[in-house]
Design a protein. Structure first.
Length: 254
């Protein structure tokens, strides 16, 4: 990706980062997840962007919202609706924006009021794992260096990394090659997640999804919401970055 393309992508990513900051200000007991979604969509459109998730198609399903909002044991892809946040919840807000034909994608997990010590640690470790993974996004490194950095930090803190969902390349497509697992795959699965060398100018969406308990997940009856199989809480943090020679460029910082 050249300088002009990176600049265009920066515009999309700035809207994403600012949308998450704005939504975070409204995260409080009593607000519904659909209200958060409306606030986000209005802001994205006011800045000349398009909600990247709205109308996104997967296997015949069409996503109808601007954000994915996942609460407590919901890992990702939670559908905004009438659910009201309550004190002690944690809520992952995942936002994607398209502008000037380029995409940005980021997620942040917010506490709702005072939360348990376990949830506090889960959020801290997941955010730390994201930044450790991002540090490895330099030209000449390989995908598994990102994966290993995330996995080792998560597991040494006695949490688990989701295996069924991974990060991805990003640019003119929201989801592009290469897949970026948050774990080093077993030998028999490495063809699914090739350990490719990273190159300067490449866009990546790095996104640890970390469970307090088992890494196993299940999909809810709505066919979108992914939940932890054991009902324990989960956290999700994500940045869009550009691979560079010495230090990655993080496009979705607040």
């Amino acid at each position: 990706m050249e300088g002009t393309a990176i600049s265009a992508m920066e515009d999309a990513c700035r809207i994403v980062a600012d949308t998450l900051q704005l939504a975070g200000k409204y995260v409080a007991p009593g607000i519904t997840t659909l209200e958060l979604d409306k606030i986000a969509e209005d802001y994205i459109r006011s800045k000349g962007g398009e909600p990247a998730f709205k109308g996104y198609k997967v296997g015949g399903l069409v996503y109808q919202y601007s954000l994915c909002i996942s609460v407590n044991d919901e890992v990702v892809h939670g559908l905004p609706g009438g659910r009201k946040l309550v004190e002690g919840d944690i809520v992952s807000i995942d936002c994607g924006v398209k502008k000037n034909d380029y995409f940005g994608d980021s997620a942040f997990t917010f506490p709702v009021g005072a939360i348990s010590e376990e949830k506090q640690l889960l959020l801290k470790v997941t955010q730390e794992a994201l930044m450790l993974g991002v540090e490895q996004a330099v030209a000449g490194n390989k995908v598994y260096q990102i994966s290993g950095a995330v996995q080792s930090h998560v597991e040494k803190n006695n949490f688990s990394v989701v295996r069924d969902l991974v990060g991805h390349g990003i640019g003119k497509r929201l989801h592009d090659e290469p897949p970026i697992p948050n774990f080093i795959p077993p030998l028999l699965h490495r063809s699914q997640y090739p350990n490719v060398k990273l190159r300067a100018g490449q866009g990546l969406a790095i996104e640890p999804m970390v469970n307090a308990g088992s890494f196993r997940v299940k999909t809810d009856a709505d066919r979108w919401t992914v939940k932890t199989a054991d009902g324990r809480p989960s956290a999700h943090f994500e940045h869009t970055v550009i691979v560079q020679d010495a230090k990655p460029l993080i496009l979705t910082l607040p």
